[in-house]
Design a protein around this ligand. Sequence first.
Ligand code: ACO
Length: 325
Amino acid sequence: MSNIGIVSVGRYLPKRILANHHLEKTVDTSDEWITSRTGIKERRLAARDERTSDLAINAAKDALKKAKLSASKVELIIVATISPDSAFPSVACLVQKAIHAKHAATFDVSAACSGFLFALTTAKQYLQTGMYKNALVIAAEKITNYIDWNDRATCVLFGDGAGACVLAPVRGNRGILSDYMRGHGQFSELMEVISEDPKPLDQETTMIRKPYVRMQGQELFKIAVNSMAEAVEVAVKKAKLKLPDIDWVVPHQANDRIISAVARKLGIPKAKIFVNIDKYGNMSAASIAVALSEAVDQKCIKRGSNVALVTFGAGLVSAANIVKF
Ligand code: ACO
């Protein structure tokens, strides 16, 4: 049975940049507070008429071009998102239509910031059983749709974006060497999307507040550090490697202090951790996909590199994969 590998990685970031100094004008915060507490300097915002599927389509096209794979040959499309255009159709179907991937099976995965790795592992299983020959795995979020721009505790953290990769069988000892996925449902209330009660049938004019993110940051911080460190340790062991064998860690980009704490806990030098949170903030499922794409394009990750992908997110859910490129 051949290994399944990541043969290309693409990305798309919306053009509009929202810097910290802009948020200083809208909520009681400062560039100094945001930078020192999170590492974020700016984030991208999708345009009003730009939907999650538009971000996904652009990232998908980039990944297909880099893989030199025609969309008509794609057999499986999985989109990881918690901010789909609507409850249905799935974003995966919208991507299929736009890129003319007529023969693909399509579905979305909802695992918040862990979505990309849950989708990656899911796609890998389909390819490993031989059911499909290739897969397009996309992570796309217009997460700012769910931000309360009056809440300084959350509005400074998030941004929009998309990343995508093509999976296919690879030769030799390369490929996705191990997987780890875990739910921690007992902590579900630590990060939620809150809505007002639905409008009753007899009150025609009631305004329903848009759903928005509510988060207990400090509690999440501690669980994030422990669950990400545990995920890497388990995945490295499953890959029959040791921590010093890992050339690069590409973690979920929620907070640079979380990333540093995970590095310390694992005893991995920070220089081996790929960080781009300063430019994009937390893009939920898209964070790792975009970071991986940049790490490959910047030639940090090269053929033969052992890479640990690791994440945690609302749910709570955590995941890791060890990939030999
Ligand atoms: N600007 C200025 N002050 C602020 C801001 C802000 N934007 N936000 C909060 N504060 C204040 C608080 O009100 C508090 O003030 P007080 O001491 O007077 O009460 C003070 O700063 C400290 O607040 P803390 O919440 O203790 O700050 P902390 O150092 O924990 O940083 C943060 C907050 C950045 C949210 C951090 O806890 C964190 O990153 N947690 C993890 C969050 C996370 O990863 N969420 C996403 C995971 S799931 C997913 O990605 C889908």
